[in-house]
Write a protein that binds this ligand. Structure first.
Ligand SMILES: [Zn+2]
Length: 150
């Protein structure tokens, strides 16, 4: 018996996005570039926020008279976020190193045509096996941010 794909709103958003990325980036080269840009932008943003939070925390340490009203984020919240973001930054750095290896791979035009052909078949199919596997991983993510912070 075939496993029914989950239809919750998170999964539906995932299916839609997954298909869109195949439809709009149907070649090996486009997927390389897309994923490279995606990891880089994630890392740039996380690094900047980490720096900003570190700066804010050290400002607070040197001005202990700062009123509570001025702190819309608590020290504990910042310290916890910094711990998490430092791990994330380390993971992204590792991903970037792996992505560099993938980026070195070159594909001939004939194989690129195959990619486009398969992408065409794949994207509209709601029961695609690879997607179900990916989605299962996505669903198992233990600490989904919106479930955690309340
Ligand atoms: Zn689901």
């Amino acid at each position: 018996m075939a496993e029914e794909p989950c239809q919750c709103s998170d999964c539906q958003r995932f299916y839609k996005e997954h298909d869109r990325l195949i439809r709009e980036f149907p070649t090996f080269k486009q997927q390389q570039e897309l994923n490279w840009a995606s990891i880089q932008s994630f890392r740039t943003l996380c690094t900047k926020v980490t720096e900003e939070l570190q700066r804010e925390l050290s400002d607070r340490e040197s001005h202990k008279d700062i009123s509570l009203e001025e702190k819309n984020i608590s020290d504990i919240e910042i310290t916890e976020a910094l711990g998490e973001l430092e791990s994330v930054n380390a993971y992204l750095y590792s991903l970037e190193a792996l992505m560099e290896r993938i980026f070195d791979t070159k594909i001939s035009n004939n194989i690129e045509s195959k990619f486009k052909e398969i992408a065409n078949e794949l994207a509209p199919d709601p029961l695609n096996v690879d997607r179900l596997i990916l989605n299962r991983l996505f669903h198992q993510t233990p600490d989904f941010p919106d479930k955690k912070d309340n």
